[in-house]
Design a protein around this ligand. Structure first.
Ligand SMILES: Cc1cc2nc3c(=O)[nH]c(=O)nc-3n(C[C@H](O)[C@H](O)[C@H](O)COP(=O)(O)O)c2cc1C
Length: 213
């Protein structure tokens, strides 16, 4: 049993990365193999719409034909039993690198025919992790609930029932005193980070264990 987690944040050890790390540890606590990959380490493009993944006579049918540093990760994602994607919200979307990864990951499996199911390997489970500045009650006002629902739908269409872990009102920087940050209630944010974020890390650990169980 292998769980692969992919981090779409450029920061490996901050909110998203920390939650994903816990998910991997939770999976490993149940005897599963776990791996955390950071898109920030890779140089790659999004889908180039070459359509080679849709040519039934070609060598790349059902697999992305682009060759770059994402290629080995797409192979690992294909083979993993459990797939977890994590991203901060950037202007109410996944980060550009996570979007590019999702394009390549999902489009290779999509067929424009009703006669066959998608070419994706079914997985045991899947999950999405989102971190963001806004509070949970304000997510809908910024359309984030729609993005989460859409990406959950994508994961379920291609892979497996998908759980979602949301981490809102995150601590964005280590030292708020260096920046102009009056848009947010910084003391409240820091308090939340002290009191609530550790509980979210525990939830992430439990999620990792559950996903492979
Ligand atoms: C370019 C950029 C755009 C952002 N846009 C949003 C946004 O639209 N909504 C939001 O709630 N937070 C936004 N944020 C804040 C991040 O989503 C939040 O701090 C997140 O937890 C950062 O994840 P990380 O610590 O793993 O890097 C943005 C941050 C950056 C750098």
């Amino acid at each position: 049993m292998k769980l692969l987690a992919i981090n779409g944040s450029p920061r490996k050890k901050m909110n998203t990365g920390s939650l994903l790390e816990k998910i991997v540890k939770g999976a490993m606590s149940k005897g599963a193999e776990g791996e955390l990959a950071h898109l920030a380490d890779l140089t790659f493009k999004g889908c180039i719409s070459c359509f080679r993944c849709k040519d039934p006579l070609g060598r790349s049918y059902g697999r992305c034909a682009v060759r770059d540093e994402l290629t080995p990760l797409l192979r690992k994602a294909h083979e993993a039993d459990v797939l977890v994607l994590g991203s901060p919200f950037y202007f109410s979307m996944e980060t550009a690198s996570m979007r590019a990864c999702m394009e390549r990951l999902c489009f290779q499996y999509l067929l424009y025919t009703t006669k066959k199911p998608p070419l994706s390997p079914r997985k045991k489970a899947a999950a999405l992790v989102y971190t963001m500045n806004v509070r949970e009650e304000d997510m809908a006002a910024y359309g984030k609930d729609v993005v989460v629902a859409r990406s959950k739908g994508l994961m379920e269409r291609f892979f497996a029932p998908c759980e979602v872990l949301l981490c809102c009102d995150t601590k964005q920087v280590k030292d708020y005193s260096r920046y102009e940050f009056d848009f947010f209630d910084v003391p409240a944010k820091l308090k939340r980070h002290e009191e609530v974020f550790p509980k979210e890390l525990e939830l992430a650990y439990a999620l990792g264990a559950r996903l492979v169980s």
